[in-house]
Design a protein around this ligand. Structure first.
Ligand code: NAI
Ligand code: MG
Length: 357
């Protein structure tokens, strides 16, 4: 059966980087059906809405979505419901995307881009798996009220509710173990079980799920310690699975270990393996239209799409190896340039990847 993907370029640098990823996909997977639709600012210009029904329908009918970026400055004054960022929130919600995969890979050629010393971080290859739909960001009740008792009675207080249901923990734990099986077979579950009830339940359920994956080595770590270990000895991790709040923070910390936002792909998956794949960066309005954006994060997102939603791990390997090769050959976009390497623009980087393929 022909697999179908939806390509949603978005605005800002979105169309520039997506174009290169589509060229790569057409080369390695010529039988893939590729349909394009507007999203974000581009869709607002055409249809008056950042996620028009036709775009949502195409996304829902596809095996996977390749998303560029949204959020150009020219849409900053729009009311919140029409802002480009609503498109990504709308897609997450409509498709039930609950598992956010953020690999942090430091290619040896870019070791100087990291804020850590090369001997600590060179060769880093970890995966942060963040639960995306639960936790303190969505728990109720929440609000700001006047405290009725305690030492601060009569003062204003703000409150949120950290909440996780067993099925939510169970499904993300399964993705964690399955991701570890595809990698080095190590899963570290990060929580705060010494203090939080939510975390105690999280830990109990992760241990229960682990019985189905005897080939994966499971460990547990408190989040404060995990934040330290990520900068002390990051290569000791393989896959980290954690909740929405802790994952938000740890995934940004891990991203910076690699030093270059233009290199980092991401995936958001739902229960049926359908996924949305996008670079971790935004629409970079400061460089949009200049032809200098780094397309590698998007090309690597396309590789993740082949691996996780299209059952084509060997094609994903091919793309990842081609990216590694162009770095070895010395090609660099401006964001990762250092003296002695060859500076190229967006399209020339795409050319180099195609040639390496
Ligand atoms: P950003 O990631 O767009 O840019 C941060 C810095 O990194 C800028 O200096 C930019 O030029 C640079 N950069 C980003 N991607 C690059 C690439 N591929 N090659 C070379 N340099 C690159 O983050 P910022 O500036 O905070 O946000 C800009 C807009 O993007 C905002 O409207 C924001 O809401 C939106 N955004 C959208 C996301 C999405 O589409 N999923 C995610 C994050 C932000
Ligand atoms: Mg964040």
């Amino acid at each position: 059966m022909t697999k179908k993907i939806a390509v949603l370029p978005g605005d800002g640098i979105g169309s520039e980087i997506i174009e290169q990823a589509v060229r790569v996909l057409r080369t390695v997977a010529p039988s893939l059906e590729i349909n394009e639709a507007p999203v974000g600012g581009t869709a607002y210009d055409l249809h008056g809405h950042p996620l028009p029904p036709s775009t949502l329908k195409l996304a829902q009918e596809s095996n996977a979505i390749l998303f560029g970026a949204v959020g150009d400055w020219k849409y900053d004054k729009l009311p919140r419901e029409h802002r480009p960022e609503q498109a990504i929130l709308g897609l997450r919600k409509a498709l039930g995307l609950f598992a956010n995969l953020r690999p942090a890979v430091l290619y040896p050629e870019l070791a100087n881009a990291s804020s850590l010393k090369p001997e600590i971080v060179s060769g880093l290859d970890i995966l942060i798996l963040r639960e995306l739909t639960g936790d303190i960001y969505f728990g109720t009740p929440r609000g700001i009220r006047t405290a009725s008792d305690g030492p601060y009675a009569g003062s204003k207080e703000g409150f949120d509710t950290m909440r996780y249901a067993e099925p939510e923990i169970r499904r993300i734990a399964h993705i964690g173990f399955q991701s570890a099986q595809k990698r080095q077979g190590k899963l570290c579950s990060v929580d705060k079980a010494n203090v939080l009830e939510t975390s105690q339940l999280w830990r109990d359920i992760v241990i229960d799920v682990s019985k189905e994956y005897p080939d994966v080595a499971l460990s547990h770590m408190y989040v404060d310690n995990a934040a330290m270990q990520l900068v002390r000895a990051p290569r000791e991790f393989d896959v980290i699975v954690t909740g929405n709040l802790f994952g938000d923070i740890l995934s940004d910390e891990a991203a910076m270990l690699t030093g270059s936002i233009g290199m980092l792909p991401s995936a958001s998956l739902n229960a049926s393996g359908q996924g949305l794949y996008e670079p971790s960066h935004g629409s970079a309005p400061d460089i949009a239209g200049k032809g200098i954006a780094n397309p590698l994060a998007t090309i690597l997102s396309a590789a993740m799409m082949l691996r996780y939603s299209l059952d084509s791990a060997s094609l994903a390997d091919k793309i990842e190896q081609a990216v590694q090769k162009v770095l070895q050959q010395g090609y660099r976009t401006a964001d990762i340039y250092e003296p002695g390497t060859t500076k190229v623009g967006t399209a020339a980087m795409g050319d180099a990847v195609l040639k390496a393929l």
